[in-house]
Design a protein around this ligand. Structure first.
Ligand SMILES: [Zn+2]
Length: 238
């Protein structure tokens, strides 16, 4: 009997040492579940954060590429504009040289050239007093010469460079001759018809409109005319 009792006691003590109490077991199970949930949530958050970071990097890369493309386009446009301006200035200098011929005749110094495919095909300067003819404006003289050179009254594909904004007569002739573009040195607020008094170059109802570029060698063109009139005034007062 003593042996049996002793076995039972031993067995009871061993069982107690190996197995945890029931409450402790559930606590561990819940704790593990919570850890797993927390881990999953953290993983999801980490993934979302990684996605956001990746999107941010991609967006920044896209923005950098866009900015670089815009910068390149801006530089190219600037270079193109500078090149066009240099061409305009070159031909306006030729128009100024024509204006000097008018000044030498004591005419109001206005000059012009007509350019087609990179070549000056006609030149003209104001000879109104010399020719005693109101039709002898620089532009009309050049248009006559250009038509003669091309054997055609149509001056399509031509650009006219004139030191002073054309009057209504010359603006009309420029439209009538179907010149593509007029490049102007300085404006004439009192009589100009390329935007000052009127804009006859771009009347939508007409069958032809002329592109206008203003302000090429503006100071030089303006100074030539103002100094001419200053000289006239000083001669009169002297
Ligand atoms: Zn005129």
């Amino acid at each position: 009997m003593n042996d049996k009792k002793s076995k039972i006691e031993v067995s009871s003590t061993a069982e107690h040492n190996i197995l945890p109490a029931a409450g402790e077991d559930i606590f561990l199970l819940n704790s593990n579940k919570n850890n797993i949930e927390t881990g999953r949530t953290q993983l999801k958050e980490d993934r979302r954060a990684a996605d956001r970071a990746a999107k941010q990097i991609k967006w920044e890369q896209r923005m950098r590429r866009k900015k670089s493309r815009e910068e390149k386009a801006r530089k190219e446009a600037e270079q193109k504009n500078a090149a066009i301006r240099a061409i305009h200035e070159k031909y306006m200098r030729a128009a100024l040289a024509e204006a000097q011929k008018a000044a030498a005749l004591r005419e109001v110094p206005i000059g012009c050239v007509i350019v087609k495919e990179g070549r000056i095909i006609a030149r003209g300067y104001n000879r109104r007093n010399t020719d005693a003819n109101t039709l002898s404006h620089a532009e009309l003289n050049a248009i006559r010469e250009a038509s003669h050179a091309l054997g055609d009254w149509r001056l399509e594909g031509c650009t006219i460079y004139v030191t002073l904004e054309p009057c209504q007569m010359c603006a009309g002739a420029i439209v009538q001759s179907r010149i593509d573009e007029v490049v102007i040195g300085c404006m004439n607020p009192k009589a100009g018809c390329a935007g000052s008094v009127l804009n006859l170059m771009q009347v939508p109802a007409f069958n032809h409109q002329v592109k206008i570029t203003r302000g090429i060698l503006e100071k030089e063109c303006s100074h030539l005319i103002s100094s001419f009139f200053e000289q006239l005034r000083s001669e009169k007062s002297g």
